[in-house]
Write a protein that binds this ligand. Structure first.
Ligand SMILES: Nc1ncnc2c1ncn2[C@@H]1O[C@H](COP(=O)(O)OP(=O)(O)OP(=O)(O)O)[C@@H](O)[C@H]1O
Length: 293
C-alpha cells in the first residue's frame, strides 16, 4: 500500500499534512506519536471513515477511490464509537459475515474456544478480552491491512502475549500487514518491523528496526579520571553521565572503535540492550549534543 501526500483537516484545523508512507505486506508497521498527534485521524482516513482533503491511497497500483471495493481490504474497528457494544458473540459473527463475505466463522469459533472466551455482550468483556476478540475478528476476515489502535494498551503480560501471538500468526502468510498505533516505544520495539514517527502533523521519520539495530550501539563505560576521551565524544550520538559511569549511544559503532576505547583502559566497558527509545535518541539528539559540547 502506498499513501501519497495525504492531508486532512477537521473543522478547518490541519491535523495531517502531506503524509507519505509505503507499507508492504507481511509486516507489522508501527505508527508512533504523542497524544493528539493524529494517529486515529490517519487510521480513519485509511479506513475511508474520513474523506481525504488531499492525497491518495494506492493498493496494487490502484487508487482506492477509483476502485471502491479495495476499501474492504482495510480492517478497522473504531472503538471510540463502541461498534460492538450490545452484541453477543453470535451476533458479532453474523455481523462480520455480512460485512466480509469471506469471514471465516469456523476459525472465529475455534479461536474463541482456544482462548477460552465466554459468551456475553461485548461491553461486558474485560479490556483484554475485548482486545483479543478484535484481533481474532481481524484474523478471520480476508482484509490485507489490519489497523489496530493501541492494541496492547493496559493488557497484562499473559493477554499481551496472546494478542502478540495472534498478530504474528496474522502476518505469517505474508499476505497481510498490521498497522498499529502506540505511544509506547518499548511495546513496538519487540513487535514492529518498521516504525513511522508522526510529529508536527506529518511523518518525520521512518525506521526499519532490523537495519537500524545493526548499526546503532549502546555501551556503558567508566574511566578512572571520569573524563571521556575526545574521540569518544566525537563519535557519540548521545552521552549521559552519572558520576563516573557514562552511557553512550553510537551510530556506526565498529570493532575498531571498541578496541580504541579498550586501549584507553576503562575501569569497565559493557554492551547494553538497545531500545527503540535509544534509536530515537540517536536519531534526534545529535544537534543537541553538539550544542552541549
Ligand atoms: N472529530 C474531531 N473534531 C475536532 N477535532 C478533532 C476530531 N478528531 C480529532 N481531532 C483533533 O485532531 C488531533 C489529532 O487527534 P487524534 O485522535 O487523531 O490523535 P491521536 O494521535 O490518535 O491521539 P491519542 O494518542 O491521544 O489517541 C487532536 O488535536 C484532536 O483534538
Amino acid at each position: 500500500m502506498e499513501i501519497k501526500n495525504l492531508s486532512k483537516s477537521i473543522d478547518n484545523v490541519k491535523i495531517l499534512e502531506d503524509i507519505n508512507l509505503s507499507i508492504p505486506k507481511g509486516i507489522i508497521y508501527g505508527i508512533v506519536g504523542r497524544n493528539g498527534s493524529g494517529k486515529t485521524t490517519l487510521f480513519r482516513s485509511l479506513a475511508s471513515h474520513y474523506l481525504l482533503d488531499e492525497g491518495e491511497i494506492i493498493i496494487n497500483q490502484q487508487n482506492i477511490n477509483e476502485f471502491p471495493h479495495l476499501k474492504n481490504d482495510f480492517f478497522y474497528l473504531d472503538i471510540q464509537y463502541q461498534p460492538l457494544d450490545g452484541m453477543r458473540l453470535k451476533t458479532i459473527d453474523n455481523y462480520f459475515s455480512l460485512i466480509y463475505p469471506l469471514f471465516d466463522s469456523d476459525r472465529f469459533w475455534s479461536l474463541i474456544e482456544e482462548y477460552k472466551i465466554g459468551d456475553q455482550q461485548f461491553q461486558k468483556f474485560s479490556k483484554g478480552e475485548q482486545c483479543l476478540i478484535i484481533v481474532i475478528l481481524a484474523l478471520c476476515t480476508d482484509c490485507s491491512y489490519i489497523i489496530l489502535d493501541e492494541p496492547l494498551d493496559g493488557l497484562d503480560v499473559i493477554v499481551r502475549k496472546q494478542v502478540v501471538d495472534l498478530m504474528i500468526d496474522t502476518i505469517s502468510d505474508q499476505e497481510r500487514s498490521i498497522i498499529l498505533a502506540s505511544h509506547n516505544l518499548h511495546e513496538l520495539e519487540k513487535l514492529a518491523d518498521q516504525v513511522a514517527i508522526l510529529n508536527n502533523k506529518t511523518i518525520s521519520t521512518i525506521l526499519d528496526l532490523t537495519t537500524v539495530k545493526m548499526s546503532i550501539h549502546k555501551i556503558q563505560v567508566a574511566f578512572k579520571d571520569s573524563n571521556l576521551p575526545q574521540f569518544v565524544r566525537e563519535a557519540a550520538e548521545s552521552i549521559i553521565s552519572e558520576g563516573r559511569v557514562t552511557t553512550i549511544i553510537f551510530d556506526n559503532y565498529s570493532e575498531a572503535l571498541k578496541q580504541r576505547i579498550i586501549a584507553e583502559e576503562p575501569i569497565f566497558i559493557e554492551d547494553l540492550p538497545l531500545s527503540l527509545e535509544d534509536i530515537l535518541v540517536s536519531k534526534f539528539s545529535k544537534e543537541k549534543l553538539k550544542g552541549d559540547k
